[in-house]
Design a protein around this ligand. Structure first.
Ligand SMILES: Nc1nc2c(c(=O)[nH]1)N[C@H]1C(S)=C(S)[C@@H](COP(=O)(O)OP(=O)(O)OC[C@H]3O[C@@H](n4cnc5c(N)ncnc54)[C@H](O)[C@@H]3O)O[C@H]1N2
Ligand code: MOO
Ligand code: MG
Length: 419
């Protein structure tokens, strides 16, 4: 007999999953391999940045006190006693009205505390004059102004971006401790599924969810392990999921989670004695998404319908895998935008695949096309979800709605800044 399912809210579903997430071990990898990985330890400043007072211009290093009387009527004259470029250190001692010709990035000579730009001087070979005073530390980049030794620059659990790489390089980290990449098994179930390379046959479709999930995992920096396609056969699915659960940190399946005669994932979980966290969520698409776990492995039973599968991954698998790696920001970016079309009501919370665009007048969003669980094209066209709470009255064009942004590493399609 059909077992009734108890639908729970999306937030409750997420919270049940997150309670089961265990932290993965860490590994040390080389700096140049680390972009996109999650830091397993904070990045500490092991020296001041900059490490010394330095010139920010090409010019002359002087003592500010020697410039105080300079004016257009009464110029101050200086004698140049040394010349240094970035990387050089001057050993001269600066006395009254003496200067060192200095280039951008070079360490300030000991007694100097100001830099005069070349353009602010009238100079000859070994001397120059100025017509205005300079304040102490004018045109000087101060030691430690960007970071002080001992500061935590980047928190543990942050994703390594090109900027973080620059910070690591600044402090001489040739290697960095990051969370190991979870190994995630991916299985597509369905007797109707053909390999991508196969011509269509009556009643069959190509497996599009498998490659899609592999790509969603790669976007997170997770290591996918392709388990293949299995027909709707309880034994075959059971063996594959069970074996994968023994070696993977998580197993994601697609298809077979609803109540049909050949939907075997509920039976697979039962046979594995896995604890089912939920099997019905108050959301559209993806209401039949089922998540279970064994002692050490999370089992994501995503729906077979492409849009449901995609949404299920982004809402549930994504934060769990990021949290497993210790990420402090595992959830999708949130925004608000004005909806460009009327949207229809549903008793469950809707996650409509949508196109989000930022205009100078504000952010706009519109559904990305065919809005059904079985749509594949709207996934491709969308870059966000419109989130409409369950039970909302009809949303009218022009109203502000909640938005979740996808794939934030992706840039805008054109240069939109006006100068
Ligand atoms: N009596 C009921 N029927 C259904 C219910 C329900 O509550 N009661 N829920 C519906 C909802 S909602 C959804 S969503 C689907 C979920 O179905 P399953 O997760 O069991 O998935 P399948 O039945 O295996 O497939 C559904 C659909 O997706 C296609 N599919 C499957 N795998 C792939 C793949 N790898 N690539 C592309 N497309 C795939 C499959 O051919 C089906 O068309 O159940 C409803 N039914
Ligand atoms: O799980 Mo279904 O996608 O709610 O439509
Ligand atoms: Mg089904």
């Amino acid at each position: 007999m059909l077992k009734t399912r108890n639908p729970i809210t999306v937030s409750e579903a997420i919270s049940r999953i997150m309670k089961q997430v265990g932290k993965i071990s860490s590994e040390t990898i080389s700096l140049n391999e680390s972009c996109g990985r999650i830091l397993a330890e904070p990045v500490l400043a092991n020296h001041d940045v900059p490490p010394f007072h330095r010139s920010i211009y090409d010019g002359f290093a002087v003592r500010a006190i020697d410039t105080t009387e300079a004016s257009s009527h009464s110029p101050a004259a200086f004698t140049v006693i040394d010349r240094i470029g970035a990387g050089d250190v001057s050993s001269v001692s600066l006395e009254e009205n003496k200067a060192v010709r200095i280039m951008t990035g070079a360490k300030l000579p000991k007694e100097a505390n100001a830099v005069i730009m070349l353009e602010q001087t009238v100079s000859s070979e070994h001397s120059f004059v100025i017509h205005k005073p300079f304040t102490p530390f004018e045109n000087v980049s101060l030691q430690g102004e960007d970071a002080k030794k001992g500061d935590v620059i980047i928190e543990k659990g942050s994703m390594i971006t090109p900027g973080v790489i620059a910070v690591l390089a600044t402090f001489g980290y040739t290697h960095v401790k990051v969370a190991r990449r979870p190994v995630v098994g991916v299985l597509a179930t369905g007797s109707e599924l053909l390999d991508v390379s196969t011509p269509l046959e009556p009643g069959k479709i190509r497996n599009s969810n498998g490659p899609m999930i592999l790509a969603q995992l790669k976007r997170l920096g997770v290591q996918p392990k392709w388990l293949g396609v299995r027909a709707d056969d309880v034994e075959a699915c059971y063996l594959t999921v069970k074996q994968a659960a023994e070696v993977c940190d998580a197993v994601i399946t697609t298809g077979g989670v609803s109540v049909g005669d050949f939907d075997y994932l509920p039976a697979v979980y039962e046979k594995m004695e896995a604890e089912v966290l939920f099997n019905k969520v108050k959301m559209r698409p993806g209401s039949v998404t089922t998540v279970a776990h064994t002692d050490q492995t999370l089992l994501f039973g995503l729906s077979g319908n492409p849009s449901s599968c995609f949404v299920g991954f982004e809402l549930f698998a994504r934060p769990a895998l990021l949290a497993m790696m210790g990420s402090t920001k595992p959830y999708l970016h949130y925004a608000k935008a004005v909806i460009k079309e009327d949207a229809t009501f549903n008793s469950f919370t809707q996650f409509i695949r949508a196109v989000y665009e930022s205009k100078p007048s504000g952010a706009l969003i519109a559904p990305a096309g065919f809005n059904k669980s079985n749509s594949v094209t709207s996934i491709a066209r969308g870059n966000a979800f419109i989130v409409l709470p369950g039970g909302t009255d009809r949303i009218k064009r022009g109203e502000v709605v909640d938005v979740l942004l996808l794939g934030m590493d992706e840039g805008h399609e054109s240069w939109v800044i006006r100068e």
